[in-house]
Design a protein around this ligand. Structure first.
Ligand code: G6P
Ligand code: MG
Length: 218
């Protein structure tokens, strides 16, 4: 039986948390007098918490002490977690359970490949943790996307070669990471943003089982 490694990003692919990251960063930026636009947010998708704050400060031309940096990171995560707390499985993105069920029925190995340090509690909250054979998240990596580290570790956990892995990503950095890892990249989102991906879909409702089957048979 053919097997491929299926690796899913979390935020913006499995759950609709991208909007919460945006809100929390926007509020934080505002609190230190920095304007934060949607375009800038696009560049933070898939990017670790530390790197995100570094970029916001860079855009706002601000240098701050290490202590303030640490406290701002804490503040952002606190607000983000307050949004997460109220989350239910209704915020699982359309047809995600369907594609996971199909992959499980076809006995395909599945991993998470996320930069988030909050991945496990979020997957637990939306009742999807048990669907994954491996979880690789922000606690396991030292290099942020677009570095391919997170996906290469996921491939190892699944016992799959990188070229036999398929990555679902909503971020430019994540698509680049998948491409650098020599994996098939599937962009979930806007075509003009994710044009570097091998395939692009607006969301999982556009992905037919036959397409997944073709990937498995490649
Ligand atoms: C994901 C999101 C980013 C977020 C990063 C770290 O990649 O797309 O927006 O900054 O995870 O998430 P965390 O939950 O650890 O702050
Ligand atoms: Mg994402």
């Amino acid at each position: 039986m053919n097997k491929k490694g299926f690796i899913f990003d979390l935020d913006g692919v499995i759950v609709d948390t991208a909007k919460y990251h945006f809100l929390a960063w926007q509020n934080l930026a505002k609190s230190i007098g920095i304007d934060f636009t949607h375009e800038q947010n696009e560049q933070l998708k898939g990017v670790s918490r530390v790197k995100s704050l570094e970029k916001i400060l860079e855009w706002g031309n601000k240098t701050i002490s290490e202590e303030l940096f640490a406290s701002l990171m804490g503040k952002k995560n606190e607000e983000y977690l307050s949004f997460i707390e109220k989350m239910t499985d209704e915020e699982v993105l359309p047809d995600v359970p369907k594609i996971l069920a199909y992959l499980i029925a076809q006995k395909q190995p599945i991993s998470l490949g996320s930069a988030s340090k909050n991945a496990r509690p979020i997957l637990e909250k939306v009742n999807l943790l048990s669907k994954f054979d491996a979880i690789v998240d922000g606690n396991d990596v030292s290099k942020a996307k677009p570095d391919p580290e997170v996906f290469l570790i996921a491939a190892q956990h699944l016992n799959m070669k990188p070229e036999d892995c398929i990555v679902f990503e909503d971020s430019v950095a994540g698509v680049q990471a998948a491409n650098t890892a020599n994996m098939i990249s599937i962009g979930i989102g806007e075509r003009n943003v994710l044009h570097e991906a091998d395939y692009i879909f607006s969301d999982f409702t556009e992905i037919e089982n036959s397409f997944i089957q073709e990937l498995i048979n490649r």
